[in-house]
Design a protein around this ligand. Structure first.
Ligand code: PLP
Length: 393
């Protein structure tokens, strides 16, 4: 039996897997059993910020694995403290809680918000239309997409969604009962849809008036992906709570909630916890990731290379009318087409470049942050080929 046949027999059928049989990765490239090399401009769903087998990550993991791979949160663990210190310095927040994943950081934030709201008689929590918060029941309660929710009803009570970028809808729903609004400032799964500055200004105004918490979901957009440390920093606002995950563990499972002292005071011993959250090896890899991403010119390189890529994409848009819109910030890029994007994404993979299809018509590009102009040029060549093949003559 092939691996594919075994997979089909052994696993719940929740994933549509790619046909690649990867044997190793290096930098921005994946190598498969049949001897082929692929340019990975999707970086394991925005996780592999430093690509594959980056020496600083390998070293951090090796060194920590020799000391201890797990102690539990009964112990103070040096890698956790080091990562917390750096995150707090970089973010300006005051407290951190480590989880295993993004959805668990969302789940923890919902609990934090519930407790904060309880003493203030604020019960209602809003997510955004077209948003994605994860797969647990709390996360699904924040979302509106049937694709993810269908069949899992009933969801948590006192949840609702606000129409993304609709200031009127926001104003009509927010009041004194509002405990929190969760949002991605750049929606990832939703097709790289960016918040409008007007919408964010209204949200800020309403927070001043009604005193609720703004929770920024930076799970996909955080840690430099957009050219700034957090995606919300492209807007004139500071959230009350931030959730991060994906790249923060350097490829190992790790998430976190960041918040101010004002919010953190509602949590005390025993009210929330996890066995694995803040795993020391993942935290050590996280420290190595942060040190690299925040070094010297790293993020300005991301910004400059992204600018180069966006201008090339705009050239393609003027030549290929099947490109409806190009959206995003930094290395979080969406090409919205007038047709289904998955046949183009499949063809790009056959031509050696891995990107992703989301929201039916969007080609989503989430390159490792180490990708430079040569990698983007390779992608542009292949993209141009497939756009030409799929354009009506
Ligand atoms: C914005 C956002 N929030 C939450 C999640 C859930 O994270 P995880 O898959 O680690 O549970 C994701 C995952 O794609 C995400 O993109």
């Amino acid at each position: 039996m092939t691996l594919q046949e075994k997979e089909s027999q052994l696993f719940f059928h929740t994933y549509k897997r790619l046909f690649l049989e990867v044997v190793r990765g290096e930098g921005c490239y994946l190598f498969t059993r049949d001897g082929k090399k692929y340019l990975d401009m999707f970086s394991g769903l925005a996780v592999n910020a430093l690509g594959y087998a980056h020496p600083v990550i390998v070293k951090a993991i090796e060194e920590q694995a020799r000391k201890y791979t797990h102690l539990s949160n009964f112990f103070i663990q040096e890698p956790q403290v080091q990562l917390a210190e750096r995150l707090i310095q970089l973010s300006g927040f005051e407290k951190v809680f480590f989880s295993n994943s993004g959805t668990e950081a969302i789940e923890g934030s919902i609990k934090l918000v519930r407790k904060w709201g309880k003493t203030r008689n604020k019960k209602i929590i809003f997510g955004m239309s077209n948003g994605f918060s994860g797969r647990t029941m709390g996360a699904l309660s924040l979302m509106d997409k049937e694709k993810y929710r269908e069949g899992y009803e009933p969801f948590l009570p006192n949840f609702g969604t606000i129409c993304y970028n609709d200031a009127h809808d926001l104003k009509s729903k927010i009041d004194d009962n509002t405990a929190a609004v969760f949002l991605e400032f750049i929606q990832g799964e939703g097709g790289i849809v960016c918040a409008s500055p007007e919408f964010i200004a209204t949200l800020k105004e309403l927070r001043n008036k009604f005193n609720f918490l703004i929770v920024a979901d930076e799970i996909q957009s955080g840690i430099g992906r957009t050219g700034k440390f957090f995606g919300y920093q492209h807007f004139d606002i500071i959230p009350d709570i931030v959730t991060i995950a994906k790249p923060i563990g350097g490829g190992l499972p790790l998430g976190a909630i960041l918040g101010s002292n004002k919010v953190a005071e509602v949590w005390h011993y025993g009210v929330h916890g996890t066995t694995f959250g803040g795993n020391p090896v993942a935290c050590a890899a996280g420290v190595a990731t942060l040190e690299t991403v925040m070094k010297d010119e790293f993020l300005s390189n991301v910004k400059n290379t992204a600018q180069y890529f966006f201008s090339k994409l705009n050239n393609l848009k003027s030549r290929f009318p099947i490109i409806k819109e190009i959206r995003g910030y930094g290395y979080m890029i969406g090409i919205d087409l007038t047709i289904e994007s998955s046949p183009l994404v499949d063809e790009m993979l056959r031509q050696g470049v891995l990107v992703n299809s989301t929201a039916s018509t969007v080609i989503r590009i989430l390159p490792p942050l180490i990708a430079g102009k040569p990698e983007f040029d390779t992608l542009l060549n292949v993209l141009e080929n497939v756009l030409a093949e799929h354009s009506v003559v």
